[in-house]
Design a protein around this ligand. Sequence first.
Ligand SMILES: Nc1ncnc2c1ncn2[C@@H]1O[C@H](COP(=O)(O)OP(=O)(O)OP(=O)(O)O)[C@@H](O)[C@H]1O
Ligand SMILES: [Mg+2]
Length: 267
Amino acid sequence: MSSNNHSAPEVQVFAVANQKGGVGKTTTAVNLGSALAERGARVLCVDLDPQGHLTVNMGVAKPDELRVTVYDMLCEHNVTAEDIRLHSPGVGVDFLPANVELAGAELQLVTEIGRESVLREKLHPVMADYDFIIIDCPPSLGLLAINALVVATDVIIPLQCEYFGMKGMEQLQRTIERVRTKLNPRLHIHGILPTIHKGRTVHANEVLREVQANFGNLVYPFQVGDSIRFAECPLAGQSILQYAKDSDGATAYRQLADFVLSSREAN
Ligand SMILES: Nc1ncnc2c1ncn2[C@@H]1O[C@H](COP(=O)(O)OP(=O)(O)OP(=O)(O)O)[C@@H](O)[C@H]1O
Ligand SMILES: [Mg+2]
């Protein structure tokens, strides 16, 4: 049989990034992953945040008790992605877990040659196993986030529709542009996702209009509404698609997954 697989789409690697805290990065990484898996895609989520929230969302109640994590993978030459990979039945995806130890990685990696592309090297051997890899970035633009942008093909930027929501967007866009020109020419912004949208308030709708006016087509044509159900999911170790499958939140992330799948086909 021919090994020519030029027509097979390559793995698409998403970095879910915004240096602003609490805007829905982790929630988006988990639920987009779950929605893509629900559509039959093979998905790997990567926790690149020392807070370990993605890992908790995947159903690991105590990430600090994990023996090997993304920290070991990044800082130990002989630890591979396969060594640390876990599966989440409640979300329906594979994931690479992290915990507070990862906070030490930024310092340790500073002296490494090729420190910006350690994650890329480590993910390379498992790339063929997946259609999508989704990296949950920490709320900063340090070396960990740069590592995510170097391996990513696409950036998804969750943006909270409130007064200070857009603050920092310029800095984020500059960082993406710098990585694109110097280290990763394939990198581009896939879209800006309005999150935690309080659709019943005048203020949130004003901010949404401003975001749309500023960023035009980059803003997805749907929002993730404000819902308490999201906060309840981690305790259940499930995605919103499993925990509240007919909720507006689940619908929003299915819309995002369908948008991702249709833009992939168009390319
Ligand atoms: N659409 C939503 N409606 C209501 N609450 C939400 C929504 N999305 C996320 N949340 C909640 O808001 C909090 C922050 O969300 P999340 O952890 O996804 O943000 P983050 O950007 O990853 O935060 P951090 O910067 O700390 O990593 C969580 O408690 C989460 O459950
Ligand atoms: Mg997070």
